[in-house]
Design a protein. Sequence first.
Length: 101
Amino acid sequence: MGSVVTVEIAGQRYPIRSGLDERYITELAAYVDQKMRAASDAAPSSDLLGLAVLVALNITDEYFRQRDQHSVTHDDLHDRALRLERIVDEALAQVATKRAV
């Protein structure tokens, strides 16, 4: 089932049960805590739930941008590989034609 790791985010302690590595969970919590502090500095009058929603949107935006960038990079690499494959196929066809003559 996993172990329980207690983390602190925005001054609140949360027990997290997970099969993930404890250091990784701690790193995730530190990242969320950093985002919560930044959101609190930007909107000091917001309540904890409002800050959490802002942070969730911010982290989701980061994720979507990375996902889209990865997709564009992957598609670009795939297209380049296909072009290279065509070039190699054409070169091999020319070699085969010359040998046949």
